[in-house]
Structure formats: structure tokens, C-alpha cells
Write a protein that binds this ligand. Structure first.
Ligand SMILES: C[S@@+](CC[C@H](N)C(=O)[O-])C[C@H]1O[C@@H](n2cnc3c(N)ncnc32)[C@H](O)[C@@H]1O
Length: 508
């Protein structure tokens, strides 16, 4: 039903001409039409967002200083750094080490407006590929719960990938039509509706193929969007918050959807103006196609691409009145068939790495398929809809060789004090390309230096020797500037070699 997209050369002038024709109806809304069209045809800068569980923005900037691109802080988001348009931050070593995720600047906005707090239970009703759900998971922290729902099961693999790389033990994914999300899932402190849309704000970056959306498609998608917002209003607790966002310019998908749902809910959701400081959004459209919208719609905001060199965006926050009736259905809680103590099930895998402190504190372990998964102890998934994936795989359930997963190494490897190889930049790049690396004698010596280990453990690791022998064959954790990269298999040789165990699926 959507407008056909045909192959078309990616020539800026052709894209601009097509954008001008397709988007002409918005001309009265946009003060600087030429600047708007110009930005649509040029590559756009993006952002990297520090993984709050691992480091802050300053440390991330320090690790990447002198690297492939100049980074500048996003003034209105304390975890985000702007990256030039020609950079490819999804290929940098620190991305593969789970230190950040890549998000376009406009995409930071809905989560900022949702303002999730530590310990809260939050639903992302339309979550794939999962950038915003991941950011929410960082904000609610280990005591919180995020449910990342998606209608298209195949789109969940991107969410799962983020869970592993970023170590999101407080996130469960579900597959369901968000417009009909089961109320048995229980009430949420906050619900994000990052709605499916015509994505006009992003279409012209892909070339000049987009020919606009048919009116039938627009009206169908607006119906879907209204259903999602309506359901979010039912699922949020009294006093809780809902944010509705799209990356479309069309008032039919934005102001008109909000206007329609506000009228239906009759005070059930109250628009609240949230303006992240430092951002200069435009006001929503007050009327369109001869229809004046509810004044509450003005609490929302629009980002036109040329204001901040972002994608186009509309977003609005609502609070549910604190005295609204509580949800009728009590929350259904998913109970895992088996849930164990990670010290018993994951502890032995980590023993030889002598991790400082208690890296498994606040976690429990569950079995999912072939994996033992680490899940935040306070995480509470609904029984309905059933969880698809929860937490982070730590090791194979039935594998007798005690091999930590890459995700586990990224989570806890920073504290490892034994069987760690600190690698050079060239070795780091080879390792992440799954190539073998040859450790130098001093790297091997440092790998076995673990004076604080008990004699018993030292002897066991070195095959009962006197502790002076080189490190024994087996798994090691590789680190670059103290940042864990993953797991390798050391063959002490000579010549010594470390086989990269970096996940095939993550290799560039
Ligand atoms: C704009 S994208 C979400 C982007 C995501 N929040 C992020 O930050 O990565 C919208 C998503 O909603 C999904 N979707 C479409 N219809 C849906 C529905 N009825 N219920 C739930 N998800 C839906 C789409 O498959 C798509 O993955």
C-alpha cells in the first residue's frame, strides 16, 4: 500500500528535486525551505551514547581521542557525543567492546522526554532495532525492568545483539501487536510509543526513490498509531508517563493522531511540555487540512532536519493523572522454570580469571535454550506476553569446557586479574577481525602475573607447577587499555598464539 520505491541514482540534485516534489505540501510550515531540502540530501552526523553501566562520556571521549573522528559533546544529553557525517562509529573497536551505541541525535529525544528513573518498570511498545530500549535500560539500571516489544519477530535479532554487546541484564523482549498488548502484563511507570510511520524524515537519505505515501496508507498507519497510543494510555500507571514519537513530517501521523486520542481519552492523558535544555525544537502544527487541533497538542515538539542537522521528528509527552483509576488486571509475572545462583553456575567459569570484587552480585541465572543467561535479580518479566529473550548469555548450559561468552567477558572482564592479555591496537584490530594474534613474551609474562592468587589456585592453573611456568593453554580475556574485548584461546607454544573467539556475527 505504501508509495512505491524505485531504484534511483543517489545524486544530490535528483534527491533534492524528488524531495521538493514529494514534500511540497509542507512548504507553508517551513521557514527556510532551501535549507530544509539541502539537509535532506546530505549525510547527517550521528551520535554515540556511552554505555552508562560501563563508563561515562568523558572516559569514552578519552578512549577515542586521536581516533578516527572528532567528537563533540551533545549539549543537551550528558551521555552523547556527536560524530561527523562521514564517520562509521559502528565499526570502531569500542563499539564492538560494548562501550557505546550509535543513535541519531533526534532519536535521543523521546527517551529524554520519557525521563526513565532508576528502578522503574518501562515498556517500549515498538522497540526494534532497540536503540531507545537500550538507552532506557541504562537509565533504569539493575533494579529496573525494561520490556522491549516488537510486532515483527525477525526484527528482534538486532535487539538481542544490543543486549549481548551492551550487557543489558534488565531487559526482556516480547513479540506482540502493541495496539493490543495484553493488560495482564501489568502497569508500567512509563511507556514509549516510538510508532511505526512513513519515516519521511529519513527516506531521502536512502536516495531519490521515495515517491510519497498513498492517502490510504497514511490513514491506515494513523489508525495503527492511534491504537498504540490508546494502549499505552491503558498500560501506564496513574502518575506515570507516556511518550509518543514518529520520524515523519506528516501532521496526519503526529498532531492528528494525538488530537484524536486526546478527545477519546477525555483527560485520561494530560500533555506535558518537556523541553530538553539546549535544544530548539519547533512547535507542533496547530491545524491541518482545515482541522484545528486540541491546544494540548502544542505541548509536543517538532525537530525540522535543518535546525540541528538531525532527522525529522515529532514527539509529545503525556502524564496520566495520579488519581486515575488503577489498572484492573494484576500484573502477570513470568516465573522461570529454573533460576539459579550465578556464583554456582557462572562462578566456576570465571574462577581462573580471578575477577576483583563480586562481579555476579545482583544477578541470577536462568536457562534459555542452550544458554545460561544472566538476569538482574530484580528484573520482572510478564507471563503474558511470554518473554522471547531475557538478559545476557554467560555460557553454554551443557558445555563441559568452562568457556565464558564474549558478552560475559565484556561485562566482567575489566576486573580480571589473571589470564588477561593486554593487547596493542594492531592486535586489538586483528582480534576483532577473528585473526590469530601472537603475544609478545612480556604480554605472556603479564598474563601469568597474579601474585595475589592463592598458591592452590595458581598451582591448579599452571598444572600444579611452581607458579613460574608460563600461562597454561586455555581461555584468556583480551583487554585494550583496560577495556575487555572478549575471549581468546591461548596456545602457549612456542610460538605462542591466541585464537580469536570473537563472535563471527559481530565481525566486521
Ligand atoms: C520506529 S521503529 C522503532 C525504533 C525503535 N524504538 C528504536 O529506537 O530502535 C517502529 C517499530 O515498530 C514495529 N511495529 C510496527 N507495528 C507495530 C505494532 N502494531 N506493534 C508493535 N510494534 C510494531 C516496527 O516493526 C518497527 O520495528
Amino acid at each position: 500500500m505504501s508509495g512505491a520505491e524505485t531504484k534511483h541514482p543517489k545524486h544530490p540534485e535528483a534527491i533534492k528535486a524528488r524531495a521538493e516534489a514529494v514534500l511540497a505540501r509542507y512548504k507553508p510550515l517551513i521557514a527556510d525551505w532551501d535549507a530544509f531540502l539541502d539537509v535532506l540530501v546530505r549525510p547527517k552526523p550521528t551520535c554515540i551514547v556511552a554505555n552508562a553501566a560501563r563508563l561515562d562520556r568523558d572516559r569514552l571521549a578519552g578512549l577515542l581521542a586521536g581516533g578516527p573522528a572528532d567528537l563533540t559533546p551533545v549539549p543537551w544529553d550528558r551521555a552523547a557525543l556527536r560524530v561527523p557525517a562521514d564517520a562509521r562509529p559502528g565499526t570502531w573497536w569500542a563499539f564492538l567492546a560494548g562501550l557505546y551505541q550509535v543513535q541519531e541525535e533526534a532519536s535521543l529525544l523521546p527517551t529524554a522526554m520519557l525521563d526513565p528513573q532508576p528502578g522503574e518498570r518501562v515498556l517500549d511498545l515498538c522497540a526494534a532495532p532497540g536503540g531507545k530500549a537500550a538507552r532506557i535500560a541504562m537509565a533504569v539500571g539493575p533494579e529496573g525492568t525494561v520490556i522491549a516489544n516488537e510486532k515483527e519477530p525477525r526484527r528482534l535479532s538486532a535487539v538481542r545483539d544490543k543486549m549481548k554487546r551492551l550487557g543489558l541484564t534488565n531487559l526482556t523482549s516480547t513479540v506482540h501487536d502493541g495496539g493490543d498488548y495484553p493488560l495482564e502484563a501489568g502497569a508500567f511507570d512509563r511507556v514509549l510509543v516510538d510508532a511505526p510511520c512513513t519515516s519521511e524524515g529519513t527516506k531521502f537519505r536512502q536516495g531519490a526513490g521515495y515517491q510519497g505515501s498513498e492517502p490510504e496508507f497514511l490513514s491506515w498507519i494513523a489508525g495503527q498509531q492511534a491504537a498504540l497510543l490508546r494502549r499505552a494510555a491503558q498500560l501506564v500507571k496513574p502518575g506515570g508517563r507516556v511518550v509518543y514519537a514518529t520520524c515523519s513530517f506528516a501532521p496526519e501521523e503526529n498532531e492528528a493522531v494525538v488530537d484524536r486520542v486526546l478527545a477519546e481519552l477525555d483527560g485520561g492523558l494530560q500533555p506535558v511540555a518537556v523541553r530538553p535544555p539546549g535544544l530548539q525544537p519547533a512547535a507542533p502544527v496547530a491545524s491541518w487540512g482545515g482541522r484545528a487541533f486540541d491546544p494540548g497538542v502544542q505541548a509536543g515538539l517538532r525537530l525540522w532536519p535543518h535546525t540541528h542537522r538531525t532527522g525529522g521528528f515529532f514527539a509529545i509527552a503525556f502524564d496520566k493523572p495520579a488519581d486515575a483509576p488503577p489498572p484492573a488486571a494484576p500484573p502477570s509475572r513470568h516465573v522461570d522454570a529454573w533460576s539459579g545462583d550465578p556464583r554456582q553456575w557462572i562462578g566456576p567459569v570465571l574462577e581462573k580469571f580471578d575477577i576483583a570484587g563480586d562481579p555476579l552480585a545482583g544477578l541470577r541465572v536462568i536457562e534459555r535454550g542452550d544458554d545460561l543467561q544472566l538476569v538482574a535479580a530484580g528484573h520482572s518479566a510478564p507471563a503474558k506476553p511470554a518473554p522471547v529473550s531475557t538478559g545476557v548469555p554467560a555460557r553454554r548450559a551443557r558445555n563441559r569446557t568452562p568457556k565464558p561468552s564474549t558478552a560475559l567477558a565484556l561485562m566482567v572482564g575489566g576486573g580480571a586479574r589473571a589470564r588477561v592479555v593486554e593487547v596493542t591496537a594492531a592486535q586489538r584490530d586483528a582480534y576483532q577481525r577473528r585473526q590469530p594474534i601472537q603475544p609478545a613474551p612480556d604480554q605472556l609474562a603479564a598474563c601469568q602475573a597474579r601474585a595475589h592468587l592463592s598458591d592452590a589456585l595458581r598451582g591448579a592453573q599452571d598444572g600444579g607447577g611452581d607458579g613460574m611456568a608460563g600461562p597454561a593453554q586455555g581461555y584468556v580475556i583480551l583487554r585494550y587499555r583496560g577495556v575487555p574485548l572478549g575471549v581468546g584461546f591461548l596456545r602457549p607454544g612456542p610460538p605462542a598464539e591466541i585464537e580469536s573467539q570473537f563472535p563471527r556475527a559481530w565481525k566486521l
